[in-house]
Design a protein around this ligand. Structure first.
Ligand code: TYD
Length: 136
């Protein structure tokens, strides 16, 4: 399965403020094995430039904003994360690039697997080959 989609989280809260909960199978459609976050990103920096073979991820700009470029080998689309009540779910062979990080951006990523460099495709031409092979 290859897809990406924006997930709108239910915001719990009361007069004290807001709270969002993410659990395996609730707001995140996978078992969460790893969490990492990207912050203090310098002006003009672009990150990512890779795809994953098996990994499922949910990216949440819990503070600030950033833009994802998502590419399935056929079309490229821009998705901007601006709100902690939205997550970007990515599954399968999707090339991703991240840019336009606001200086206060904290991008939290929930991942379905432990870190594994072998799961990365960092060469765009190899990514396109993999997309082609996956369809055959
Ligand atoms: P990388 O995935 O290349 O960052 P990005 O795609 O956001 O530009 O990761 C940067 C470095 O951090 C790289 O040396 C691998 C390491 N890293 C970990 O050790 N564990 C992790 O969970 C992640 C995401 C990266």
């Amino acid at each position: 399965m290859t897809k990406y989609e924006i997930v709108n989280f239910k915001t719990l809260g009361d007069e004290r403020g807001s709270l969002i909960a993410i659990e395996e199978g609730y707001n995140a459609p996978f078992d969460i094995k790893r969490v990492y976050y990207i912050f203090d990103t310098k002006k003009g920096v672009e990150r990512g430039f890779h795809a994953h073979v098996n990994l499922k991820q949910m990216a949440i700009a819990v503070k600030g904003s950033c833009t994802f470029i998502l590419d399935n080998g056929k079309k490229r689309e821009k998705v901007k994360l601006t709100n902690p009540n939205q997550g970007l779910f990515i599954e399968g062979l999707i090339w991703r690039e991240m840019k336009d990080f606001s200086s206060d951006c904290v991008l939290v990523v929930l991942a379905s697997e432990h870190f594994d460099e072998h799961d990365y495709i960092r060469d765009y031409d190899i990514f396109l080959e993999e997309v082609k092979n996956a369809k055959n």
